[in-house]
Design a protein around this ligand. Structure first.
Ligand code: GRF
Length: 228
């Protein structure tokens, strides 16, 4: 991509929005919040495809209720055997290409994308994680936050690379950990921030304001402000 045009190689507009595919595995509340934000205002990005690797999940029902084109690409056969990662990812890549997707938005997608997928997909992939990365990566962020005794957590949006929750950070939002929090109460408050932040960051990317340089990721030419 020409570097001056940012991560998607063009500056999207509300009339020609950045075409997003949202990948989910579960409840899909982040996907729904994103779609509603895109419908409530003339944003420069639009969700044109939802892909789930699980069929019987709330996220698929939400996407169908929202009338977003939705595809289930299971990672297991009907008898419960694992489908080879190569085959599963090839099916996902085919869908992304068929729908002219410009960015992959992970929203509770519980599978690591393989190096092969990332080398075949030469467009951005972003993820949202429910902690202030690099602290508390992995699948049990809220539990790990509570066990640590820290009083501040939050969420992070980052570019996806081959690691788990390790790609370049774009934005974060802070959430206090309250004395009587459990995983559920903390998770609910973090999601409020997640649902606000994802549409905002996608607008920055769509409008060509995010660049990857040899010095790292830049937002409007500056290192992103990550410390709350
Ligand atoms: C969110 O907390 C997100 O940060 C994490 O998975 C959760 C997905 O929730 N990656 P939902 O499926 O969007 O409700």
């Amino acid at each position: 991509m020409p570097p001056h045009l940012g991560l998607i190689g063009r500056s999207a507009t509300a009339d020609e929005p950045m075409r997003c595919a949202v990948l989910i595995s579960g409840s899909g509340s982040g996907m729904e919040a994103l779609v509603r934000a895109q419908r409530n205002a003339p944003l420069t990005h639009q969700t044109v495809l939802v892909v789930s690797n699980q069929d019987d999940v709330e996220g698929v029902r939400r996407a169908l209720d929202l009338s977003v084109p939705t595809e289930v690409v299971p990672h297991l056969t009907p008898s419960g055997e694992r489908i080879p990662r190569h085959d599963h990812e090839t099916s996902v890549l085919e869908l992304l290409n068929e729908h002219n997707i410009e960015i992959v938005v992970l929203a509770g997608y519980m599978r690591l994308l393989s190096p092969r997928f990332l080398s075949h997909w030469d467009r951005p992939v972003v993820n949202i994680h429910p902690s202030l990365l690099p602290n508390f990566p992995g699948g049990h962020a809220h539990r790990d936050v509570l066990a640590s005794g820290t009083t501040v957590t939050g969420c992070s949006i980052h570019l996806v690379d081959e690691g788990m929750d390790t790609g370049a950070l774009i934005a974060q939002a802070c959430v206090p950990v309250l004395p009587h929090d459990d995983e559920a109460s903390l998770g609910r408050r973090v999601k409020v921030e997640e649902h606000r932040l994802y549409p905002q960051v996608l607008s920055w990317i769509a409008e060509g304001r995010v660049h990857l340089t040899t010095d790292g990721l830049r937002l409007d030419g500056q290192a992103p402000n990550l410390v709350c």
